[in-house]
Design a protein around this ligand. Sequence first.
Ligand code: ADP
Ligand code: MG
Length: 358
Amino acid sequence: MPPDVSGAFMLDFLFGLFSHDLAIDLGTANTLVFIRGKGIAIREPSVVARHKKTKKILAIGSEAKKMIGKTPTQIEAFRPLKDGVIADFDATEAMLHHYIGMTHEGGSSFIPKIPRPRVVLGIPSGVTEVERRAVQEAALSAGARVAYLIEEPMAAAIGAKLPIESPCGNMIVDIGGGTTEIAVISLGGIVINRSLRIAGDELDEAIVSYVRLKHSLLLGIPSAEMAKITIGSVHHSVTEKHYVVRGRDLENGLPKSVKLSSSELREAMAPVINQIIEAIDETVEEIPPELVGDVLEQGIALAGGGSLMPGIDRVIAEAARMPVWVAEDPLTCVVRGAARLLDDKKLLDRVRVTGGLR
Ligand code: ADP
Ligand code: MG
């Protein structure tokens, strides 16, 4: 090994001993931060609230999420990464600054100058090259010593413990808030990748339209999401439950409550679920013949918040005619997959899409 390489390696190793290297899942709905050697330290909604005119950031994370639908006209509360693209770069940068900054709090403040962390960031696969550079710059300016970007389906597959380096087909479907990422991975690379802009958010919107049409009730998105998480299911075999939602009566404008059932939500969500299933089916049809047998044997792994929906594995299995299973702790697959790469530089170099020093 030439001396400069081993020198760089030693320096990196020593930095690693003192700095809190980070893995970040920059999701459309939730941002998670994993501190190496400690575990998941931050789990917050990817929401920013700011003043419309002055652009001053007022809140980030759960504080900002509470404001959605309740803000006075001069304030906006929104998702900077809606639909898997960086819809608002300044807000994304502010969010990264905020979360990277939080990991320093209460840290080794007695050490005069803490080495800056290495950061592995999972980003939606639909993010363009220009946006990737921008996210990387944001991470560097937020205090990262070096920032590596990896695609979310790759991180999710690693987090779901799929044997991604083996010469076989590994299929992962990550149903998040703004996007559903469908990928087939083999030999450490993505063979097929599809990013669908239909996921949990569209399920919430479908519930809002259903309740408006069927019950003449105007419902806010957060209430629809709460109903979905509390009683939602997508397979007829799942036990029926009920949940009361409150909104505004479209006929007289007065507040009104309606008791919704799981089967009503199933009917409301069916068109969206069918679009997700269709995209999975189309992807399965594109799998190269040498890999399709493996996928048939191993099944499709599900990750992301949407995979927590009761019955989702069954409806997909019935439609795709192959085994489907939900990964362990599906909401944290991406961040845990990214965190594994902090310990495995060789694998990181193989799967990262970009990264390195500025
Ligand atoms: P992202 O990676 O895009 O940030 P997540 O993987 O964090 O998204 O998933 C967020 C989505 O999962 C939201 O649409 C949320 O409503 C949904 N979700 C979370 N928990 C559940 C649940 N128990 N049942 C159904 N959907 C859920
Ligand atoms: Mg995600």
